[in-house]
Design a protein around this ligand. Sequence first.
Ligand code: ATP
Ligand code: MG
Length: 433
Amino acid sequence: MIQKPKGTYDIYGDMGKKIRYIEGLFANLVEKYDFEYVATPLFEQSNLFHRSVGDSSDIVRKETYDFKDRGDRDMTLRPEGTAGVVRSYIENKMYGEADLPKKLWYFGSMFRYERPQAGRYREFRQLGVEVLGSPDPMMDAEVISIAVNLYRLLGLKGVKVRINSLGDKESRLAYRDALKEYFSKHLDDLCNDCKERFNNNPLRILDCKVDGNSDIIKNAPKMQDYLNAESVKHYELVKKYLDALDIEYEENPNLVRGLDYYTHTVFEVEASVEGFGSQNVLCGGGRYDLLVETLDGPHTPAVGFAIGIERLITALDYENIQAFEDKHLDIYVMPITEEDKEYSIGLSQALRLSGFSVDIDSLNRSMKSNFKQADRKNARFIMIIGESERNENVLTIKDNHTKKEYKVSIDELIDFLDDMMGECDCEECNHED
Ligand code: ATP
Ligand code: MG
């Protein structure tokens, strides 16, 4: 038997319902913020990720799926969404449009060659937003609020927002020098990866999964002491706007995030529930004022985030939140014999096009097992189609809640169903929890 690739999973059953539900909720939410949908290719030229995510990042060094296509071009399955969106922004000259900032959202698969474990897959899915063209710290706060409000809407309780500022280019360079000076004295005590980071991107050392909690890192110079006046002002404003939005946050001076392109605000949202496990970061994002230029576009300050939907679903499961609506079917149609099927299929189509959900028995079930099936499907109405129904165009309709039976002529059918479909006066529907 052929099995799925390591680190991937099939979406079906409840997982399918949850993913569709959360995507729908997110789409609705970002629409309220006036965002527009964007979708970019699942693979891009490898260079795009080398230049954006960065050659020194763990993602590009160890995690990308790289391949040559049949035309001998270097291609990479996208490991994250921002690079493709920014490429699209530049290539399609969205910067020339009058309605800046461009506010875009996406949902889709990302691919990273990681060691599979709970909350860590090789194909996973992200919901994300990117705002291109606004330098305003107010936008940083609004972007953070979108993630927080998604969690609020879902009813997730144990979430914690962590923020930090990496400052502008000048502040970042000053800090980089300070870190280099400091870590040069401790090189022997760092892990091998960090020794490499020391040369390529010393900021990354702060994010090390191996040395992260060591005293060397805890005592390292703090970004805050190297922010210039403008960067301090930006950061202070972000916090002021977060307060205005009633969003609690924790400042974490060692938060640097895994990607090379961040400036000013960086943030993470964590599932802060005891026992949740180490893969508890649900969302990561930040401001990336220099990325569009790095990819040969015009100067365009930008900010965005990505939410990992699998980890979000794990968090919802953990808090016993059912993130989908219970299944329910409007009408279950039972043809009694073969001769009744033509009539039944036509009627089912007409009902569906009038807006009702309809399922029709295609297994020639007995009457008894058809009734059971209607219950399993949580059908509101059952229509039994036999010779007399066909000939007289009068339908036998059973309300599966109240168990009452009705005879309704075909001309009045839609009106009848519309009337009945709303409020149900059966005990179950009026049961107070
Ligand atoms: P981590 O530190 O856990 O590796 P990251 O910094 O690599 O996360 P980002 O690149 O910021 O993660 O991606 C944003 C979000 O996508 C993460 O917060 C997480 O929820 C999710 N995510 C990242 N990698 C994976 C993965 N391999 N499997 C499932 N979800 C993931
Ligand atoms: Mg990672």
